[in-house]
Design a protein around this ligand. Structure first.
Ligand code: ATR
Length: 281
């Protein structure tokens, strides 16, 4: 029998998730059907009721539904509760279980590309304080990074995020402004960009990456382009860098496992497939 799963968002036509899942269906000879389903915010609770009744085994959830989905689930995992967003659901026995796998995707990408990256955790800088920052702060805290400086254009947004996440993480969270980067940089072990800067030719214009220690890792969750100006500048200074495409691939692994019962592999073959589809290589 075919197992039906989906990705829902609004819009959702840009999602590369079908490509990733269809690759795994074919590789592991699974009878699966993965479709994009555009659902407006108003229609989300009705859609979830259908899934609860068994229309699908589960699905991925993307913008703008990740926060709203949390309240529609019957139960959620610890990460989804802390991060405040659900990006994967599973329907079982008339109940919807919600998970967050973004934090896992972030960690698994660095583990695969830079084994040992977290051996000496210390201070971290997270650029941005939006939805994506929450999963990254949660993930860095799990690996022992502290303090985590949430560096944002709008200080109040960073302060709100720090106050909101602090009870759920062991790291100390500090809010700061973008111009504070230069003074925080020398002690940072890792810098992660969680903003949309880097897309469409945009760039940070005032970050002095030369103030980072020579082994500080620089990671960008933007993957279009694969080498953002931030990563290009870091690379030119000889700093270790990891691009963001792997996070997209790895966050799909726990979803696949929840629906099909085993962990699929993120291989170079899969990465190349997605890169080509996006016109990145
Ligand atoms: P997401 O949920 O995908 O993380 P978001 O909630 O819109 O997206 O968050 C976008 C982040 O990028 C915010 O931290 C935002 O900073 P503000 O809180 O000051 O708005 C940051 N951001 C977006 N465009 C920016 C720009 N041109 N310069 C500086 N920061 C920017």
């Amino acid at each position: 029998m075919t197992t039906r799963v989906f990705v829902t968002g609004h819009p959702v036509n840009h999602s590369r998730s079908p490509l990733i899942f269809k690759h795994w269906f074919s590789k592991y000879q699974i009878e699966g059907d993965y479709t994009r389903i555009d659902v407006t915010p108003d229609a989300l609770s009705g859609f979830v009721a259908e899934v609860r009744a068994g229309s699908h085994a589960g699905g991925n959830v993307t913008v703008p539904h990740k926060q709203a989905m949390r309240a529609l689930c019957d139960d959620i995992d610890e990460a989804a509760r802390a991060i405040g967003a659900v990006n994967t659901i599973k329907s079982e026995n008339g109940r919807i279980f919600g998970m967050n796998t973004d934090w896992y995707g972030f960690l698994a990408n660095l583990d695969q590309k830079r084994p040992g990256w977290d051996e000496m955790p210390g201070p971290a800088i997270v650029l941005g304080a939006g939805g994506a920052a929450r999963g990254i702060v949660y993930a860095l805290s799990l690996r022992g990074f502290s303090p985590i400086h949430i560096v944002n254009r709008t200080l109040d947004t960073a302060k709100d995020l720090a106050a909101d996440l602090s009870p759920s993480v062991s790291a100390e969270l500090h809010a700061a402004r973008l111009p504070d980067f230069d003074s925080l940089a020398p002690k940072a072990r890792i810098v992660v960009n969680t903003t949309t800067i880097g897309m469409h030719g945009t760039r940070f214009d005032a970050l002095d990456l030369a103030r980072l220690s020579s082994d500080a890792l620089v990671n960008d969750i933007v993957y279009i382009p694969l080498e953002t100006p931030l990563l290009a500048d870091a690379k030119a200074l000889g700093l270790p860098v990891v691009d963001g495409l792997g996070m997209l691939l790895h966050q799909a692994v726990p979803a696949f496992e929840a629906w099909f019962g085993f962990r699929p592999e993120v291989t170079q073959e899969l990465r190349t497939l997605v890169e080509r589809d996006m016109g990145l290589s």
